[in-house]
Write a protein that binds this ligand. Structure first.
Ligand code: 5GP
Ligand code: 5GP
Length: 227
């Protein structure tokens, strides 16, 4: 066909609340390095089109996942980009596999922005984005706490807008008793992948949250007691 080299239009930068993986039917597992820090963690950086569709699995010979290419940034990824999925049905007992998540994210999403970010740059850039925005602090500043209570999605939206300067997407999942809860927060990033290049989303990800959602507890936190 006559399509021009428009690989994708922008990125979704997706962060997940660990408490919302752990209280599901499937439960969560932690990597060998232990329980993640009490904050949002990275799910992925996803190239997207302006119309809401997205490319995936743009795998080729030259971009196949190579663990050795990210050895220098693994310590940072272990802290900010842990996998919380249990490797088997034995929930809450075995360790999750970080490398499997990173390989999956690279293969499904990262390969589609290979023209802008090679494998090392993809992980480095994504980890840097996380350092620029403290989502938990932004929510706490607005009285939105991971205390298992219900919060208005509108209030969460406003807090993100005020704290980041941009509209964010909010993705929900359900806990083991079927309650909708805040699972992921999505921000948009310019396709040029210049540093700190958050942008207004050309299109927000599919909204699947009701008006009010639970913000689940993730272990105990001194932040909750003092807030
Ligand atoms: P879910 O079923 O959780 O909405 O999506 C499953 C997976 O599909 C996500 O983890 C992600 O890999 C991909 N995905 C879902 N929605 C989008 C989207 O709007 N843009 C992109 N790039 N990927 C998406
Ligand atoms: P997606 O395709 O939606 O980008 O990524 C989800 C895939 O990564 C699923 O196959 C899931 O089992 C795996 N995965 C591993 N660790 C995690 C994690 O911590 N969070 C999420 N959402 N998925 C994970």
């Amino acid at each position: 066909n006559i399509c021009v080299s428009q690989d994708f239009d922008f990125f979704y930068f997706v962060q997940q609340w660990p408490g919302s993986s752990c209280d599901t039917q499937q439960g969560c597992c932690f990597p060998q390095t232990g329980r993640p820090a009490f904050n949002f963690t990275i799910h992925g950086l996803w190239p997207n089109f302006n119309n809401g569709s997205y490319p995936s699995n743009c795998k080729s010979v030259e971009n196949s996942f190579d663990e050795s290419k990210i050895s220098d940034i693994i310590p940072r990824a272990e802290i900010s980009w842990p996998s919380l999925s249990c490797p088997s049905k034995k929930k809450n007992s075995t360790n999750s596999d970080n490398m499997k998540l990173w390989k999956h994210e690279w293969g499904k999403h990262g390969t589609c922005s290979y023209s802008v970010l090679d494998q090392h740059a993809y992980f480095d850039f994504t980890l840097n984005l996380k350092d620029h925005i403290d989502l938990l602090q932004i929510l706490l500043n607005n009285g939105i706490k991971p205390d298992g209570e219900m919060y208005s999605v509108e209030k969460i939206r406003e807090a993100i807008k005020e704290g980041t300067g941009f509209e964010g997407g909010i993705r929900c999942n359900t806990d083991a008793s079927g309650n909708s809860q805040l699972n992921e927060i999505v921000l948009c990033v310019d396709k040029s992948a210049a540093s700190e290049s958050f942008i207004e989303c050309p299109i927000l990800p599919d909204a699947n949250c009701p008006d009010d959602v639970e913000f689940p507890i993730f272990y105990e936190s001194p932040l909750i007691d003092t807030a």
